[in-house]
Design a protein around this ligand. Structure first.
Ligand SMILES: Nc1ncnc2c1ncn2[C@@H]1O[C@H](COP(=O)(O)OP(=O)(O)OP(=O)(O)O)[C@@H](O)[C@H]1O
Length: 603
């Protein structure tokens, strides 16, 4: 249970609500234990009116000063009037108890909702801090599950479990104090079935929980299955795989149905049997009470009082099992959350950082890098100097390590060996946010948010840019006129991941998003793969103008003939195999010259 100790900071934060909740629960139970004593008093008075033995005056103790005064006052009333007043008092006590229970939920349950909100934010903020490597090794479903399911389970502990626990401990304490003061032996006899009740319900609950966890997991599989088939519907349809996918779905659905029916059957047995156990416990108390009264009729009032105490205690005691299993589940969920919350981001700012100035030379010095999850050595002793204002073309076959250059420069990962400097400062010494803020990156796999085109272009800015700025960026990316042709122009919603746009349009919106940032350094990672040659030339000639005073690294597997690069490097297997200008590389007759000739012939 030590996992749950991390929640103490929240209990401290909401301590006033917590303390108030505790006081309300205690007050509600204080009024709850008054009514059995009123019953005992009324039955005692009734016995006095009947022939036969009755309790001696003063033989039964009244600890509560208010009740003692009340009974003294009632002693002067005629029997009928006394019964009427006592009945009203019992109703009033129930109402007061109800009112305090309302306040108890308003404090403790509301506190748990606040904690849930804080915890969701804490988890989400931490997710945001974690590095790219973390996201490569954890599935989105797992991340979502921890933030939704696990946080909800923890809330069941910070709210209901804590509330029922305080409720049952204060109620048990108050009832026991009263009962033990009246009759120790009778107390021990009538409470003896209660621990058996608590233990039985605990084990029943554990079984129900196991089944329902399985059902939840199957439901999650089913949802993931459906979600994936909806996202990939175009591939499924084009490969005519609807039937096969339906088969998978039916299988998952059938597994879910079978387990859910099993759970329903178990619950159908569980709830009635819980009521049966509760009923049996009450019956035992009444039977024992009747036996005692048969031997000593002066104890009728006392037995009535004890039976009411037991009725009061039965539900809280049966909740012990429930509270225990809820706490266990919360501890398991908190453990899963702690695994992530205690994970330190691999990429983070040093204690002392230097301001990120990206308007200078970039230097890769003996950089080597291996992807930890696959063990692939994507960069080997890589050396590159890019002077301020230079345009560099990075060419290479697929999987040669081109994108890794961009990932390392953006500090999505840190090199295993060697260093990267900008203007003489190691990028590890710069604040990560500042570094990334000053680089405009157009990734290979375009991601658009389901928002308007204008908002997608403005995404990297602290506030939405003016229409003129958005239009200028779109024009530089050669997409302006196509956007204007859309029914809602720049306010067109692009749909989930930009499904309303073509691949080439998405790429150009993504380029416009990078251009509008006006950074010092631009990184284009194979961002023109989905446009035709004519559009490509158009974009490149626009970019030529736009990039005139900027440093730019352009990663591609094709040669851009209309652009003049200061440096061209060819990467193979994480190493630079050729470097130079267009002219020098053509002269040396390597991979570049071959690719160039092939491209020209094809054109
Ligand atoms: N996140 C990752 N985890 C593990 N291995 C990776 C990861 N990203 C890339 N790799 C591997 O590292 C190598 C270099 O990948 P990189 O993406 O840099 O190549 P690339 O030249 O950009 O390829 P492409 O032109 O196909 O995009 C590849 O062998 C690839 O499988």
């Amino acid at each position: 249970m030590k996992e749950l100790s991390v929640l103490n900071k929240y209990f401290w934060k909401y301590r006033y609500r917590f303390i108030l909740g505790f006081l309300f629960i205690t007050a509600s139970n204080y009024f709850a234990v008054m009514s059995p004593q009123v019953f005992r008093y009324v039955v005692g008075k009734l016995q006095e009116t009947l022939p036969g033995p009755h309790p001696e005056a003063g033989s039964q103790k009244v600890n509560d000063a208010i009740l003692a005064h009340f009974f003294n006052w009632m002693d002067h009333f005629p029997y009928g009037k006394m019964v009427l007043v006592c009945s009203i008092v019992i109703i009033v006590l129930a109402l007061i108890r109800g009112l305090f229970m309302f306040f108890m939920r308003q404090t403790i349950i509301v506190m748990s909702r606040h904690i849930e909100y804080d915890q969701k934010n804490e988890v989400y903020n931490h997710y945001q801090k974690l590095d790219a490597g973390f996201y490569k090794t954890h599935s989105t479903g797992d991340l979502m599950n921890r933030m939704a399911e696990d946080v909800s389970r923890v809330r069941m502990y910070t709210g209901p479990a804590i509330m029922y626990f305080i409720n049952l401990t204060t109620l048990i304490a108050l009832c026991l104090i009263n009962m033990l003061q009246q009759d120790v032996k009778l107390t021990l006899i009538v409470i003896s079935p209660l621990p058996i009740l608590a233990i039985t319900i605990y084990f029943l609950n554990i079984n129900i929980h196991k089944k329902s966890t399985r059902v939840q997991a199957l439901l999650s599989d089913l949802t993931t299955n459906a979600q994936e088939s909806f996202s990939g519907i175009r591939v499924i349809k084009s490969y005519v795989q609807e039937k096969a996918i339906l088969g998978f779905f039916k299988k998952s659905s059938e597994d879910y149905r079978r387990n859910a029916v099993g759970l329903a059957k178990m619950e159908a047995v569980y709830f009635p049997s819980m009521n049966l156990i509760i009923g049996l416990s009450t019956l035992i108390t009444v039977l024992i009470g009747c036996q005692i009264v048969l031997h000593d009729t002066t104890k009728v009032g006392l037995i009535v009082e004890f039976v009411i105490y037991i009725l009061l205690l039965i539900f809280p005691v049966s909740a012990i099992g429930w509270v225990a299993s809820m706490t266990q589940r919360a501890a398991a969920s908190q453990k899963r959350l702690n695994e992530f919350l205690q994970q330190e981001p691999a990429i983070k700012d040093k204690a002392e950082t230097k301001p990120a100035a990206l308007d200078g030379d970039i230097l890769f010095e003996h950089v080597s890098f291996t992807y930890k999850n696959t063990g692939i050595k994507a960069m080997k002793d890589f050396n590159l100097r890019v002077k301020k204002g230079e345009k560099v073309l990075i060419l290479g076959k697929t999987g040669s390590g081109k994108s890794t250059v961009a990932h390392l420069l953006l500090r999505s990962f840190d090199p295993d060996q060697g260093n990267i400097y900008v203007k003489g400062v190691n990028i590890k010494d710069m604040p990560v946010k500042e570094l990334r803020h000053n680089i405009s990156y157009v990734p290979q796999d375009v991601f658009l948010f389901s928002d308007t085109i204008a908002n997608n272009i403005s995404f990297g800015l602290s506030e939405r840019a003016s229409d003129e700025r958005i239009h200028a960026a779109a024009a530089s990316a050669s997409i302006h006129s196509e956007i204007l042709e859309l029914q809602n122009g720049y306010e067109t919603m692009v749909g989930e991941r930009g499904v309303m746009l073509s691949g080439g349009q998405k790429q150009r919106v993504s380029i416009a998003r990078a251009l509008i940032k006006e950074p010092e350094l631009m990184l284009f990672d194979d961002c023109l793969s989905a446009v035709d040659a004519k559009t490509e030339n158009q974009i490149i000639s626009h970019l030529n103008k736009y990039l005139s005073d900027k440093t730019a690294l352009i990663i591609t597997h094709r040669i851009f003939t209309v652009f003049s690069f200061d440096q061209i490097i060819i990467i193979e297997d994480g190493e630079i195999t050729e470097r130079g200008t267009h002219e020098s590389l053509m002269k040396s007759g390597g991979y570049y010259a071959e690719l160039y000739k092939k491209q020209i012939t094809e054109a």
